[in-house]
Design a protein around this ligand. Structure first.
Ligand code: CUA
Length: 350
């Protein structure tokens, strides 16, 4: 017995380790409240959350019933048959066999059919509610996926930005999405489900946030080496605040007049920066990379992966490849004085 237990122990250890790890993952998942579909902040996400819980509860109940039946079959006492003794076939046996057949048909076909058809109708109802455009004329935002960042346009307001989408609270907003290169997928779990960004095709997603705040989103379709670092922020603001933001974003960059700022702008315009970026109001008009006209007003850099602070911005400019290998930003070779002036200029782009 002792030898047997010793022999089995590695398997038990593995099982125990697996269970501990699985519980830890579940617990950690429960703790993380950021970017979770379990914290719906708008009507679409609430519907999806309800759908998830309904499906989870039904699946859990079915699983427990099946498990119970399995255990019953395994452990119920069996009739002992004596070899050579003929089985008696009589009215009792045929009645119990009929009951068994009825049980198999009802529990194996009728109940699953009722559950699946019920769920199907429920899902159709939610899908149609999610696809329903609201009656009032909405704010439209065009989003274009790039490897590995998000271009964001407000066509009615002449605004172009990147990786940060501002929306007014309590209003349904239309996202028209497409891609510039490969297929990406936009997913802001607290606001709605996923929508694919497909080259040459426009898809639509309706988004509404019921409370002000920042909602992190993520690319949800493998699109290349930096797919995992293709994030974004949705900032939901009270209407007046949003209108103020839009008005500022629509302006070109303030002209550089003073010493260090002017020096920084000259470094920007005289280096490789201009081959990829636009700063409206200057001669930099390339659209390969994100528009930088109001770079300093954004909360993050590198598509949602780093806080927009002087130190991170300096690191990104000097060697973006070590932070996000495979992105299109080349390393920049600048003296510390030049970098200082360039940072001063970029940080003035509010
Ligand atoms: Cu873009 Cu994954």
């Amino acid at each position: 017995m002792k030898a047997c237990r010793t022999k089995l122990s590695p398997r038990w250890t593995t099982l125990r380790a697996f269970l501990v790890a699985a519980s830890a993952v579940l617990l950690l998942g429960g703790c993380n409240t950021e970017q979770s579909m379990f914290n719906p902040a708008g009507p679409a996400a609430s519907q999806i959350n309800i759908l998830w819980w309904v499906m989870f509860v039904i699946a859990a109940v079915v699983f427990l019933i099946v498990l119970g039946l399995l255990l019953l079959a395994l452990f119920r006492p069996r009739e002992r048959t004596t070899p050579g003794l003929e089985t008696r076939v009589g009215p009792e046996t045929s009645a119990s066999s009929r009951a068994a057949t009825t049980f198999v048909v009802v529990s194996g076909a009728v109940i699953p059919a009722v559950i699946l058809i019920g769920l199907f109708v429920f899902v159709l109802g939610i899908m149609s509610a999610l696809a329903q455009p609201p009656e009032q004329t909405p704010l439209t935002i065009d989003i274009v996926g790039h490897q590995f960042w998000w271009e964001v346009r407000y066509p009615d307001h002449n605004v172009l930005t990147a990786n940060e989408i501002h929306i007014p609270v309590g209003q349904s907003v239309r996202f028209n999405v497409t891609s510039n290169d490969v297929i990406h997928s936009l997913w802001i779990p607290e606001l709605n489900g996923k929508i694919d960004l497909i080259p040459g095709q426009q898809n639509t997603l309706w988004v509404q946030a019921d409370k002000a705040g920042e909602y992190r989103g993520q690319c949800a379709e493998f699109c290349g080496v930096q797919h995992a670092k293709m994030a974004l922020l949705v900032v939901a603001q009270p209407v007046e605040e949003f209108n103020e933001w839009v008005a500022i974003q629509a302006q070109p960059a303030a002209p550089a007049v003073d010493g260090l700022r002017l020096q920084g702008q000259q470094i920007f315009l005289g280096s490789a920066c201009v081959y990829c970026h636009t700063i409206r109001g200057t001669n930099a008009t390339s659209t390969l990379g994100p528009d930088l006209t109001h770079l300093a007003s954004r909360r993050t850099i590198g598509a949602g992966i780093l806080p927009n602070t002087r130190g991170y911005l300096a690191g990104w400019i000097i060697d973006a490849q070590s932070i996000k290998p495979g992105n299109k930003m080349p390393p920049m070779y600048l003296s510390s004085e030049a970098l200082d002036a360039l940072l001063f200029y970029l940080e003035s782009l509010q």
